[in-house]
Each structure stands twice: as structure tokens, then as C-alpha cells.
Design a protein around this ligand. Structure first.
Ligand SMILES: CC(C)(COP(=O)(O)OP(=O)(O)OC[C@H]1O[C@@H](n2cnc3c(N)ncnc32)[C@H](O)[C@@H]1OP(=O)(O)O)[C@@H](O)C(=O)NCCC(=O)NCCS
Length: 157
């Protein structure tokens, strides 16, 4: 892998927004007819600027040797759930690697940082959701130790 993983700063928020925009376009747009594809452009700058300086969140960028952003990962701490009092959960909210750099270990490097962050804040479980049709992402997550836990079922009405 010829890339480095860094924490996003407020200055790098536009790069996070660009990567999230691409993720919406290649994932949500294909798999969810209700996905608001204007969200990253409209709300993304404020949303990621807020996350980038919060201590309870993780905003990572993967940078190529030339310094361009080739991937991102967002981690969030989950609020304590009174129904699961012992669970301390770190959620992998979103991640993406540019197609040209996939399969070279960039996603693994981002996920490794996420696991380290989760351990650091005392998480005893991490979670991620993926569209059921996103086979390659599910394969990637399984390869990093995630296993199915809950299943969301939808039906049109
Ligand atoms: C899922 C994703 C982040 C993985 O990133 P990556 O940089 O390709 O991952 P790595 O190179 O570190 O890991 C490759 C592993 O994932 C698998 N993989 C998943 N998608 C792959 C792809 N498109 N190309 C190559 N390998 C892929 C490989 O089989 C490999 O498995 P291994 O660990 O057994 O060797 C990336 O494919 C991606 O951005 N996908 C589109 C966006 C997306 O679906 N995001 C997740 C939304 S829930």
C-alpha cells in the first residue's frame, strides 16, 4: 500500500465531503430509491466539520503518495443503550476507497485505525451496516472480523 492514513482536520473537510459524495453516488444511489443524493453537498460540509473536531468521533482520510485523498472512514461512538448496559459500541458509519486504489490494502489500513480508536475509547463491540446487495463491502467487513448480528428487513407498502 502506497498511502498514509491521517485524521481529517477542519481544512480537509472538503475532501471528506467529496469522498462521501462519491460513496452516495456509487452505493446509496444504486441500492436505495429513497436516498437523498443531494445530502452530502447540502449538509455534508457542516456535518463533517462538526465531526472533525469532536472527541467522540473519528474522521480519517487516506492520502496517496502524491497527497491526494483516496479514501475516507467515519467512526462514531454510540450512545449508551439502557437495554444493553454492558455494551460500549463504536460504529463504522461510512468508508470508501477510490476505485483505482481498491484491493491494495487502503481499506484495511483505514479499518485498522478504526479498531485502534475503538479500543482506545474502551469499546467492547464495533458495528457497521451495509446494503444487503453490497457483496464486496460485506466480504471486506467479514474479512476484518465483522459477523452478522442484526438483520433489517424492509417491505414496500
Ligand atoms: C469496501 C472497500 C472500502 C474496501 O477497500 P479496499 O481498499 O479495496 O480494501 P483492501 O484492499 O484493504 O482489502 C481488500 C479486501 O477486501 C476485498 N475487496 C472488497 N472489495 C474489493 C474491490 N472492489 N477490489 C478488491 N478487493 C476488494 C478483497 O477481497 C480483500 O480481501 P482480503 O482481505 O481477504 O484480501 C472498497 O471496496 C470500497 O470503497 N467500496 C465501495 C464503497 C463501499 O461499498 N463502501 C462501504 C459502504 S458500507
Amino acid at each position: 500500500m502506497n498511502a498514509v492514513v491521517v485524521r481529517a482536520t477542519p481544512e480537509s473537510v472538503p475532501r471528506l465531503v467529496a469522498s462521501a459524495t462519491s460513496l452516495f453516488a456509487e452505493d446509496g444511489a444504486l441500492r436505495d430509491p429513497w436516498m437523498d443524493l443531494t445530502w452530502p453537498h447540502r449538509e455534508g460540509p457542516a456535518y463533517y466539520a462538526d465531526l472533525a473536531h469532536r472527541s467522540d468521533s473519528l474522521c480519517l482520510l487516506a492520502l496517496s503518495a502524491a497527497g491526494s485523498a483516496i479514501g475516507h472512514l467515519i467512526g462514531r461512538t454510540r450512545r449508551a443503550d439502557p437495554l444493553r448496559p454492558g455494551a460500549v459500541v463504536g460504529a463504522l458509519e461510512s468508508m470508501r476507497v477510490d476505485p483505482a486504489h481498491r484491493g491494495t490494502g487502503v481499506g484495511t489500513a483505514l479499518a485498522d485505525e478504526f479498531f485502534a480508536w475503538a479500543r482506545e475509547f474502551g469499546a467492547n463491540q464495533v458495528s457497521v451496516t451495509a446494503y444487503a446487495t453490497n457483496d464486496s463491502a460485506i466480504r471486506f467487513y467479514r474479512g476484518r472480523g465483522f459477523t452478522p448480528f442484526e438483520l433489517a428487513l424492509h417491505a414496500p407498502v
